[in-house]
Design a binder for this molecule. Sequence first.
Ligand code: FNR
Length: 339
Amino acid sequence: MAKLFEPYTIRNLTLKNRIAMAPMCMYSSHNEDGQVEDWHRVHYGSRAVGQAGLIILEATAVQPQGRISPQDLGIWEDAHIEGLTELTRLIKQHGAAAGIQLAHAGRKATVDGAIQAPSVLAFSDQYKTPVEMSKDAIQETIQAFAAAAKRAADAGFDLLELHGAHGYLINEFLSPLSNHRTDEYGGSAENRYRFLREIIDAVRTSWEGPLFVRISAEDYTVGGMTSEHYIEMAKWMKDQGVDLIDVSSGAVVPAKIDPFPGYQVPYSETIRTGADIATGAVGLITSGLQAEEILRNDRADLILIGRELLRDAYWPYRAARELHTEIEAPAQYSRGWTF
Ligand code: FNR
């Protein structure tokens, strides 16, 4: 059997295969209230029917001022729990596990009012200049992540991912390019890590299940973070009970990236080997063979598929055929027919 279709156990959760839908913002909460709408129900439900083992919901805002756009999905108040519960029910009834990415956009937020960041540095000319977060604001945000984790548990999610990548708030603290603070939240790697450390500890008080952190393992800029730098932080994460590092890259500062198939896989491999922690590989992975190569060569433990699952909600069936593996289809598709 192809390794891609072997079950994979993380903590108390067993995924039916190693295919995860990567978190992808849909900007479809049209009333600007962060609520689940029909789009989300159809979109996520289809990928569950399509046999992804894990579906990670898009970046979901832990505070309204932390939204990438006003149409972002939200988890900043209890009123969001009902809609999210409906989504976990829809996802889980087809045998997929339901995950959610908790996010705060920091200086990349595009909402009314002041935006927050570790330092007074705009991402680019097209972005607002943020306000430097006070220690009180830092603590409030940490508590917002913890409250969101509690709501995620109430809504029936199986797994949490903290969005520490792509130049959003957590990433802004981690990278020296966006964090120029002189207090205990800036300077050394240990200090830049402190914000994430406190979020992980706070989230762990209300969340016992699998916990992933997505990072940008390469800043593509001199003086920025590399996957080698992240080995140390990944070890700290492991010590704190993080189960898997989801290894992405870029976007903390505007830098030119030249993506090619599997371009982020070496970063996953470096962190997996260097910190002895499970990793997820993501980025231009589009075929079953490519996924199988990554898993069999121990370059990652989980394969995250983004755009290819937007093009084809049923990609896992296609990958299974490519890898000569039979997988179970929903009864509706297989009754009386060889699928
Ligand atoms: C993304 N991506 C992304 N990443 C993330 O961590 N949180 C998010 O909410 C989003 N939103 C998002 C929306 C859309 C429409 C796309 C296409 C991408 C990045 C995504 O998870 C993935 O890392 C990249 O798309 C690279 O993988 P693929 O698409 O090459 O498989």
